[in-house]
Ligand binder design. Structure first.
Ligand code: UD1
Ligand code: CA
Length: 516
């Protein structure tokens, strides 16, 4: 069913304090699946393309109105200075609008899971039946707290009675008021003028409009939602969590139907704004938030939270926390990686274990595999950053950039003090603190030279197991039979290298033998 006409107005009620939330944050601003309750409600209202979209604000009105401006700048906030009930709220909204003709839709700001299609069906039913009012209802397992739909023997809606005002017999009714209505504009305005506040809360109830119109002999209809979860409201944090779960299940179900593998839907959380492609796999304990997108063949998780992250096809992201980052096709991230904003990992690149990156352009095939901080840096294609390298980007006052060229090699435990340029095809020796730029093809070595002091253990640690081990090794090397004491010390400085040279600063990756 498609509504033939667009409503004259949608009025979203959002002035209440939400006392039961027990929160500093206004209820409307609490988040569900990455959007505020208000954004959910306004989004559903906007989908009807009304002439006017009004949001009644009251409690924390500046904060709520500012949020509304961000969410839907075309929506009009109307202030209900005192919260004198839902009927009074709608009256206040109508007073802020020019006289309306046609249909007015009223929704509750705290009912976030309503599907636009259901709202359209409510509108269509209302218009087809030429009703003065039509209420969206549902049969629910536990109607506690909701207004009950009171029908006559013929099944026609007689009115709505609030839980607190209901008789025991009425409390047994399982059909509840969702708080969503379609009204004929003129009939609504007339009935609102006749509301009283003769009820347990001393408020003007919008729900009383239905009894007034029915008593006048007007047609009052109901549209029963098939899915009761659509009309559940958030009044406290228990319901917030329950509805969060419902929304998440809905989102995951849609993605699974669209070809995404969700290994454990119970521990996987995907916000409505996320985009996934077929053949994405989400492992347990994965949260995808905001504008995150994951391309086909990529695997995310376990234990991964990505916010506004773009994951390329066939990439793998394991036990990672990422925000505003881009991960290229076939790239590998984690386990235990922290991708901060501005991280951009190229195709087939790697950000490995215990690596933190920020404002980091890491080229295709480049690798930062272990225990590294990369801040404010560009790393060229195919370059390898050794374990424990730190890009020292902060001098205590300013942040500076470091540029490492293509196919270069930074040895383990290096500190690159920014601003720094390391050329294409350059080497940095392990353990270097690099404070001067390194040209293409150069090797930078910046560390203390090694001295091996022969016989030190025998002199200073005689009688220890270490000394025994050293003696045994020396005997074995010299082919001498075992003697109680090892060879005497050979002096303070290291003997010449086996090849006859002293340490020339030559660096290669083959482990050097300790030579005596
Ligand atoms: C309301 C309905 C109840 C329905 C339920 C559905 C009434 C009297 N009761 O109850 O029948 O089953 O919603 O969730 O309508 N608000 C204002 N101004 C006010 C009072 C409320 O804008 O003066 C707003 C609130 O911010 C909220 C909405 O109206 O978004 C509903 O108010 P709330 O107090 O939550 O009503 P419920 O007790 O849930
Ligand atoms: Ca409510």
């Amino acid at each position: 069913m498609i509504a033939s006409v667009k409503p004259a107005a949608v009025i979203v009620l959002a002035a209440g304090e939400g006392k039961r939330m027990k929160s500093r944050t206004p209820k409307m601003l609490h988040q569900l699946g990455g959007r505020s309750l208000l954004a959910h409600a306004v989004g559903a209202g906007r989908s009807l393309e009304p002439e006017h979209l009004v949001v009644v604000v009251g409690h924390a009105r500046e904060q709520v109105a500012a949020h509304l401006e961000a969410v839907d700048p075309g929506a009009q906030p109307v202030v209900q200075a005192e919260q004198r009930g839902t009927g009074h709220a709608v009256r206040t909204a109508l007073q802020a609008l020019p006289p309306l003709r046609g249909t007015v839709v009223v929704t509750n700001g705290d009912v976030p899971l309503l599907r636009p299609g259901t709202l359209r069906a409510l509108l269509a039913t209302h218009e087809e039946q030429g009703a003065a009012a039509t209420v969206l209802t549902a049969q629910v397992a536990d109607p506690t707290g909701y207004g009950r739909i009171v029908r006559g023997p013929d099944g026609a809606v007689r009115g709505i009675v609030e839980h607190r005002d209901a008789t025991p017999a009425q409390q047994a009714i399982a059909e509840i008021n969702s708080g969503m209505f379609a009204f004929d504009a003129a009939r609504l305005a007339d009935a609102l003028g006749r509301l009283d506040s003769d009820n347990s809360q001393g408020e003007e109830y919008l729900t009383d409009v239905l009894a007034i119109l029915a008593a006048d002999g007007h047609r009052v209809g109901a549209f029963v939602a098939e899915d009761e979860t659509e009309i559940l409201g958030v009044n406290d944090r228990v319901q917030l969590a329950q509805l969060g779960r419902v929304l998440n299940d809905r989102i995951l179900t849609e993605w699974m139907r669209a070809g995404v593998t969700v290994v454990d839907p119970a521990t996987t959380w995907v916000e409505a704004t996320v985009r996934l492609e077929p053949d994405v796999t989400l492992h347990p304990q994965t949260q995808l938030r905001g504008a995150t997108s994951v391309a086909s063949g990529a695997e995310v998780g376990p234990d991964t939270t990505l916010t506004d992250v773009t994951v390329g096809p066939d990439a793998a992201v394991v036990r990672t926390h990422g925000e505003r980052a881009v991960i290229g096709a076939g790239a590998n991230v984690g386990p235990y990686a922290y991708l901060r904003p501005g991280t951009n990992l190229g195709e087939s690149g790697k950000i490995g274990t215990f690596v933190e990156t920020k404002n980091a352009e890491i080229g295709p095939g480049a690798k930062v595999p272990h225990l590294t901080y990369v801040g404010d840096a560009t790393i060229g294609e195919g370059t390898n950053i050794g374990a424990g390298t730190i890009f020292a980007n902060y001098d205590g006052v300013h942040k500076h950039h470091t540029d490492v060229g293509r196919h270069s090699f930074v040895g383990s435990d290096s500190v690159l003090v920014a601003p720094r340029q390391i050329g294409d095809g350059a080497y940095v020796a392990a353990g270097s603190t690099v404070v001067k730029d390194v040209g293409p093809g150069e090797l930078a070595v910046a560390r203390g030279q090694q001295r091996n002091i022969g016989g030190w253990v025998a002199r200073k640690r005689a009688g220890t197991r270490t000394a025994e081990a050293a003696e045994a090794a020396q005997r074995a090397r010299s082919g001498e039979p075992a003697t109680p004491s090892g060879r005497e010390a050979t002096g303070e400085t290291g003997a010449p290298h086996a090849n006859g040279t002293r340490d020339t600063g030559d660096v290669d990756d083959a482990p050097k033998r300790s030579e005596q």
